[in-house]
Design a protein around this ligand. Structure first.
Ligand code: PLP
Length: 382
């Protein structure tokens, strides 16, 4: 990649950590065996998957047997949702929120066409759920609660611990889409009684095309892909290099979380205060709620975000409008609309997402450039 780029779109995807690249390269070169083979080459590859599984488990406070490797966040989410329905025969109701990622919303839309009742809870202007409303929605007919932990567009954190206490008390299964939370928040699944949790390698400086699903011990979640691998929970020959890469990414995240979190939060604060100071019409969406450290949803106050993003891109700064994975270019974000923004305000939103590799010099460069770019876009629009 162009080394001069300032990459502030880490919620779309992250740069692969050099440590992961090294582990994956070694795997590709040396550990090419099939982990199911009984010979030495197979055993060496199996060793890599065991190591990766232990590293991912350690990041979550889980045991290695509770980790199923998948192709990414989307597959993990699908397996949890479809599997939970199969685990709860007779229950045909799923509770979720309006601000979930399309990986969740689209499979739920599909299930709705099959007769499953989907309850989509709204959020307030800060992006937060009402716990009393959530509690009331968790009726005895409910098979599953599925909620994201950190929102990919605003960074707003849902009260996952409290939600897990509610579902556990009622005997309702709970899946958490933690794709934007893992590696950014300390997570100890020994302390949180949720059943399933999804994560994705490419959001925590690991490779794309690998993810994991945490399946609480005792939950017999059926597979999406049938086969003997992953103890019958996910067929297909394991992607050994990607598992090794995800394992190293998880280990790095665990080791650096305590230092990275406050540093990234301070950089975001510098970015937000600088932008609000320079752009009187701007505001930050979701700022009143607890947020994950590196995400900023900047509302430009009416100016079309795409115009500014294009100018930023030409200046070597990568950011995004709404969710990169779902952006069609002109549709306002469903997350911002659910928070009460008008379509015009939603289309006037730029998302900056920082990472472990973001530097203060990069933030200062954005602060130097963006106000002038906004002024030139306003002049062009006038
Ligand atoms: N969930 C959230 C909150 C996400 O941000 C994403 C990716 O943007 C996904 C799920 C899907 O993950 P993957 O790209 O690994 O399928």
């Amino acid at each position: 990649m162009n080394e001069t780029l300032i990459y502030l779109d880490n919620n779309a995807t992250t740069a692969v950590a050099p440590e992961c690249t090294a582990a994956m390269t070694e795997c590709l070169q040396r550990h090419y065996g099939n982990p199911s083979s009984k010979h030495k080459a197979g055993e060496a590859a199996k060793e890599q998957t065991l190591k990766g599984r232990a590293q991912v488990a350690a990041l979550l406070g889980a045991s290695p047997a509770e980790i199923v490797f998948t192709s990414g966040g989307t597959e993990s989410i699908h397996q949890a949702i479809l599997g939970a329905l199969a685990l709860s025969p007779g229950k045909r109701r799923i509770v979720t929120s309006l601000v979930e990622h399309p990986a969740t919303l689209m499979v739920l839309d599909h299930l709705e066409t099959q007769g499953v009742e989907i309850v989509r809870l709204g959020v307030d202007a800060s992006g937060q759920l009402d716990l009393a409303e959530l509690d009331a929605a968790l009726t005895p007919e409910t098979a599953l609660l599925t909620l994201m932990w950190a929102n990919n567009e605003t960074g707003v954190l849902f009260p996952i611990e409290q939600a897990a206490v509610l579902t556990a008390a009622k005997g309702i299964l709970f899946h958490c889409d933690a794709v934007q939370a893992v590696g950014k928040l300390p997570i100890d699944l020994k302390q949180i009684p949720l059943d399933f949790l999804s994560l994705s390698g490419h959001k925590l400086h690991g490779p794309k095309g690998i993810g994991a699903l945490f399946v609480r011990k005792g939950r017999k979640l059926p597979p999406l892909l049938f086969g003997h691998q992953e103890r019958g929970r996910r067929g297909s020959t394991e992607n050994v290099p990607a598992i090794a890469g995800l394992g190293v990414a998880a280990e790095l995240a665990a080791a650096q979380l305590a230092a990275d979190g406050p540093r990234i939060a301070a950089l975001r604060e510098r970015l937000e205060q600088g932008l609000l100071g320079a752009l009187p019409e701007a505001s930050i969406t979701g700022v009143e709620a607890p947020r994950v450290s590196g995400t900023t949803s900047l509302n430009l106050g009416g100016l079309e975000a795409e115009i500014v993003l294009d100018k930023l891109d030409r200046a070597g700064i990568c950011a995004s409008a709404g969710a990169a994975c779902s952006a069609t270019g002109t549709e306002p974000s469903h997350v911002l609309i659910a928070m009460g923004l008008s379509p015009e305000a939603a289309l006037s939103t730029i998302r900056f997402s920082l990472s472990r590799y973001t530097t203060q010099a990069e933030i200062d460069r954005v602060l130097e450039l963006l106000p002038a770019l906004v002024r030139s876009a306003l002049a062009e629009a006038a």
